[in-house]
Write a protein that binds this ligand. Structure first.
Ligand code: QAP
Ligand code: CO
Length: 177
C-alpha cells in the first residue's frame, strides 16, 4: 500500500526514531509499503519516519550503471549504525520530504555501516560514492535531521526564501485569483 509522505516543516520529521525490537510481519509490511511509496514518488531512499512511522528502518534503491532501478538492488536497513567514516565529499541532495529542492551537502566519503535485515540477520556494508551519501542522508532522518539543516548559512537562507515564496504561491492559488 502506498502511504502518505510526511513533508517539511511537519514536526514529525524532527523526531528521533526508536529502535526496532520485533522482526516480524509488521516490520515486513512497513518495509514493503515504504518500497511501494518510494517507487511511486521516484525516490531512491526513504526512512520510516517519512511515512510517519518513528522506527529505525530505512530503504535505499539506487539505479544501476544503465540507470535502471530494480528491486534486486534494494537495501533494507534496520537499526543501522555508522561505525566508521572517512573523508569528505559533496553531493547535490534532494529528499521526498523536501520536494523540488536540491542543494549541495557535505558528507563523509566512505563509511562502514552495521544494521539488520528484515529477518533480523546482521549485515555490514563498507561503501563510498552515492550509496554512502544515501546511507548518511537516511540515517540522519532516524535522528530527526534533514539535509537542509546541513547546508551552509547562505544556502539555508536561499532555501528559506524559496520555501516562503512557494508557500505564498500555494496560498494565492487556493484563495482563488
Ligand atoms: C535521499 O532522496 C538521497 O525533490 C533520497 O521532487 C539524496 O529519493 C540519497 C525526490 C541524495 C542519495 C543522494 C526528491 C523525488 C527523491 C524530489 C530521494 C522530488 C522527487 C529524493
Ligand atoms: Co530524505
Amino acid at each position: 500500500m502506498i502511504r502518505e509522505i510526511v513533508v517539511y516543516p511537519d514536526s514529525r520529521l524532527k523526531q528521533v526514531s526508536a529502535e526496532v525490537k520485533e522482526f516480524g510481519d509488521d516490520l515486513a509490511l512497513l518495509l514493503d509499503d515504504m518500497y511501494e511509496t518510494m517507487i511511486s514518488k521516484n525516490g531512491i531512499g526513504l526512512a520510516a519516519i517519512q511515512v510517519g512511522v518513528p522506527l529505525r528502518a530505512l530503504i535505499i534503491n539506487l539505479p544501476d550503471e544503465e540507470g535502471n532501478q530494480s528491486k534486486e538492488g534494494l537495501i533494507e536497513a534496520v537499526n543501522p549504525v555508522i561505525v566508521e567514516k572517512r573523508g569528505v565529499t559533496v553531493y547535490t541532495e534532494g529528499c521526498l520530504s523536501v520536494p523540488e529542492y536540491y542543494d549541495e551537502v557535505e558528507r563523509a566519503e566512505w563509511i562502514k555501516v552495521e544494521f539488520f535485515d528484515r529477518e533480523g540477520n546482521r549485515r555490514t556494508i563498507e561503501t563510498d560514492g552515492l550509496l554512502a551519501v544515501a546511507f548518511q542522508h537516511e540515517i540522519d532522518h532516524l535522528d530527526g535531521r534533514l539535509f537542509i539543516e546541513k547546508l551552509s548559512f547562505l544556502k539555508r537562507k536561499k532555501f528559506e526564501k524559496e520555501w516562503r515564496k512557494r508557500r505564498k504561491e500555494r496560498l494565492k492559488k487556493r484563495g482563488g485569483k
